[in-house]
Every structure is written in C-alpha cells, then in structure tokens.
Design a protein around this ligand. Structure first.
Ligand SMILES: Cc1cc2nc3c(=O)[nH]c(=O)nc-3n(C[C@H](O)[C@H](O)[C@H](O)COP(=O)(O)O)c2cc1C
Length: 479
C-alpha cells in the first residue's frame, strides 16, 4: 500500500502565474482574479475534492529585465497586476472548513511584529488552518520597493530570515503562556498579566518590545513552509520548515534534495518525518492517451514563449530575451542559476544541442504529466518512491486543471491509497502530521515557549543559541 500524498493547489492572486499565455484560454478564469467568487468557487471545489491546501504565491516587485526592460511582464500579465494574498486568505477562511490556507510573505515586505499579529488573526479566524511560505525575496525591484538600494546578498538574506523567525517565534510561542487567557467574567479578570511577557528582542535588524497583541491562536506558529534550494536555503528549511516546496526536473533530483534536507534536519535534532516535501507538477488528463495529448497540444498553442522565457530570466539572472533564439543553450555563459536551463533540457530526451527557442518550449513541459488517470497515478507512484510527500499542483487553466484532476485522477489515486478521502480533524498541522496542533517540542520555535510565570523579570531569556549557530552553519555539509 502506498503512503498517501498531500495535494496542494498552487495559485496566485494575479493574472498569469506559471504557464504564461494561458490567460487567453476561453475556459480559464484568470482574468476574473479580482472577483471574490472566482476564489471562493475554487476553494470550495478543492475542499470537495479533498485537496489538503490552497497555496497563494506572492511577489513584491517585478522580475529582472527581459529584452532590456519590464514591458513584457506587463504585456503578459505576468505577476503584474498582482494583489495581496493574505487579504484573500481571510475570505477563504470563511468560505471553507477544512482546506489548509497557505500564503507567501517575504521578510522584506512586513515588519515581523505586524506580520505575526496578522498571522495570529488569520489563524484564529480560520480555526488554525494557516501556513506561511517564508521567502527572502530574490527580486531586486522588490528590495528597491522597500527602501533598499539593491538585492541583499544571498546568504545575508537567509541570516536576515533567521532573525525574522526569531522575532515571530518569540511573539507566537514565547509571549503568552498557555493559561494566560482567563476570560473570568465572575472576577472580572480577562487575562493574567503575570503570564504574558514582553519579548525585548534586540537584534541586528529588529528591536521589538512586545508583548504579542493577539492571544495564542490554535496553532500559535502557522505551519511553516519554504522553497529555497541553495545550500543556505536548504539549511534554513532543515531548521525551520515543516513543508518544503520543490520543482525538481525528475524524481531522481527530488530524491537528492530531500535526502540532503532531511540529513540537515536531523543534525538539528528533528526527525525525518518532521518535514514534508511537495513537488510542483501539472497534469493534463484524458480518458485515453490520445485525448490527453490532444488537450496538451491545445494548451501548448496558448503558451507564450516570451512569457515563459521572461519568467525564467528572472530566476536565471540573465536576460534570455537578448539572446538569439537559435543559439544553442550550451554556449550561453550564465553567472547565476544555470540549473533552470539544465533542468528544462534534462527533462526531455534527445534535446542535446537545444536552443533558446527549445528551452522556451520545454519550460512548460518539464513538470507536466500527461495521460490517463492510471498513467498519471503510475507516474505519481514513481515520485512517491523518490521520497516526495505531496504535490503542489500547478494549473494551466483555472479551475480547469484542478477540476479535471479532482474528477478524473483523484478517484484512481484514492483507490490506490495515494490521496485522502476525508480530512483528519483539527488544525492544518494536525491534518498534515496527525500529532499536536503546535510545533513539536524538538522544533526550534518551541524553544521560545515560556511556562515559568515566576521568572524574576519580564525579559525573554530564551537562549539565542540555535539560531545564531544556524546562521553561521550555512556552509556546513550535511552529516
Ligand atoms: C514551488 C515554489 C514556490 C515559490 N514561491 C515563491 C513566492 O511565492 N514568492 C517568491 O518571491 N519566491 C517564491 N519562490 C522562490 C523561493 O522562495 C526561493 O527564492 C528560490 O527558490 C531561490 O532560493 P535559493 O536561493 O535558496 O535557491 C518559490 C519557489 C518554489 C520552488
């Protein structure tokens, strides 16, 4: 019997998220992204289909230049316009009961005191269904939108993130003791001041007195997710993340990353099952193989090569729009992340000597599985065998990709025990892990808990040991 996989719908409060050009498809609702009904309908569909979560990505600025400027992004609706996901999450909390609600927030965009307060509020309103995708922000324009001169150096971004986490842990975990909230109407005591603590955080970037303003929410700390794949990113995930998002080109590559992060996590005293790995995949399903491939061709017809290359340029750090499309990719000198190009090529056989034009075409296909429900389930078993715990489902059309998946693929997956038929009770963390609503004791965030109301003063005495060690440990190889 296979282990069940977690299914998360990957989307964004924008027009064009991953598969660019598809916003023109007559059956997609991407243009209706400002209409709340679009999102409520989607969330309800996902919940009926027993998806574990919806995950709303976010950016805080434009991707890097393409063809020397940012016009392509605007023309393609490529993550501009884009609206705030957290506002939307609040409405979806009301429209659903079991669906996990994950959203991205960058450490650059919001002060941790305010962010912690917002998340606690959402976690209360959703009865404990919030997850946070922690991003450092890799967009120079995003940094400049928040008063910085340029993008902060890569590993320094992760050191910054460690401090950000330290502040929010102190607020979520350390500020209010479990029995601080009395709501004692008989004696007129709402909460016990001896059990609520100021945090007096003082670090390189933040000074926060506290206490946390909201009372503890069902999960206290939301489910923590992260998607970095660099060495510093993987180390950060190993220490903090409960879920890591991957976009590996094939199961073998996923396996290597999962093993690395798990080894690092165990070094931090965590268990291998403490982090769930979710691979980004898209699906085109048909009742026969021919029908599936026909549908795939139709999708490819709408794909915008310019849009796909522009988005990839942002990740790679070079302007692919300035390179002749017939140039073999092997001749391109890349300073930044070459892996995106390599992955596109490696995922399809017989593509040695691929050109820039080929890459544009392949980028849409690398993480797509096309076939009958049985064929898709077989492929998912291969991914599961490589160690993934779930899938981050990327759409070509919305809600079409999700609706097809739920109608045709989910029954086959459920038959094989690969997808849940019902939600577990409790908070999102309980639904995912089956344990407590709170972070496990062995998680770094838990070390910020205080349950000693007799402390001589109000200062948060939690040792900063692990976080400080972590920030200098980025270069360590996994044990
Ligand atoms: C599935 C997935 C989702 C991501 N979502 C976002 C996002 O919403 N916003 C964002 O700025 N970056 C997002 N990223 C980018 C990562 O947060 C990270 O910046 C990137 O993977 C590079 O990290 P690294 O330098 O540690 O390799 C995502 C990456 C992946 C694989």
């Amino acid at each position: 019997m296979s282990k069940r996989l977690i299914f998360c719908a990957f989307t964004m409060n924008t027009v064009s998220h991953i598969y660019h050009g598809l916003w023109r498809h007559p059956e997609t609702r991407q243009l209706e992204y400002t209409n709340l009904d679009t999102w409520v309908d989607l969330a309800k569909l996902l919940e009926r289909g027993k998806f574990d979560a919806i995950f709303l990505a976010d950016v805080i600025g434009l991707y890097g230049d393409y063809r020397g400027g940012w016009e392509t992004y605007v023309r393609e609706g490529l993550q501009i316009p884009s609206n705030d996901p957290s506002v939307l999450i609040s409405a979806l909390a009301y429209a659903t009961e079991d669906l996990g609600l994950a959203f991205t927030s960058s450490i650059v965009q919001e002060h941790p005191f305010n962010f912690a307060r917002k998340v606690s509020t959402l976690d209360h309103l959703s009865k404990g269904r919030i997850a946070w995708n922690i991003v450092t922000n890799a967009l120079a324009n995003g940094s400049r939108n928040f008063g910085l001169d340029d993008l902060t150096e890569h590993d320094e971004r992760y050191s910054w993130a460690h401090e950000y986490l330290e502040v929010v842990y102190k607020l979520w975990e350390g500020s209010w003791e479990d029995d601080a909230l009395l709501q004692d109407t008989a004696n007129g005591i709402h909460a016990d001041p001896a059990k609520i603590h100021k945090i007096y955080h003082q670090g390189k970037r933040y000074k926060v007195e506290g206490p946390h303003l909201p009372a503890p929410s069902p999960q206290r700390t939301p489910v923590l997710a992260q998607a970095g794949s660099s060495r510093a990113g993987r180390d950060f995930a190993a220490l903090h993340a409960e879920a890591q998002f991957l976009i590996a080109p094939h199961p073998h590559a996923a396996k290597a990353q999962i093993q690395d992060v798990r080894a690092r996590a165990m070094h931090y005293g965590r268990r291998r099952e403490d982090i769930l790995f979710l691979q980004g995949l898209s699906f085109v399903v048909g009742s026969t193989e021919e029908e599936a491939h026909r549908k795939e061709l139709e999708i490819d017809d709408f794909l915008s090569a310019d849009g796909m290359l522009a988005h990839a340029s942002g990740g790679i750090g070079i302007d692919l729009g300035e390179i002749p499309w017939d140039q073999p990719i092997g001749q391109i000198q890349v300073e930044g992340v070459r892996s995106i190009l390599e992955a596109a090529i490696a995922s399809v056989p017989n593509t040695r000597g691929a050109t820039v034009a080929d890459v544009a075409r392949l980028l849409g296909k690398t993480t797509r599985i096309t076939g009958t429900p049985e064929q898709i389930a077989d492929r998912l078993e291969d991914w599961a065998a490589a160690g993934i715990d779930g899938v981050n489902v990327m759409y070509s059309t919305t809600p079409g990709t999700f609706a097809d998946f739920i109608e045709y693929v989910a029954p086959e997956l459920q038959r094989r025990g690969l997808m849940q038929r019902e939600y577990r009770p409790g908070t999102f963390r309980e639904k995912l892990f089956g344990g407590s609503q709170y972070l496990p004791d062995r998680h770094i965030g838990r070390s910020y808990r205080r349950n000693n109301s007799h402390a001589a003063d109000d200062e948060c005495r939690t040792e900063k040991r692990t976080l400080e060690r972590a920030s200098i440990d980025n270069d360590r190889d996994p044990v």
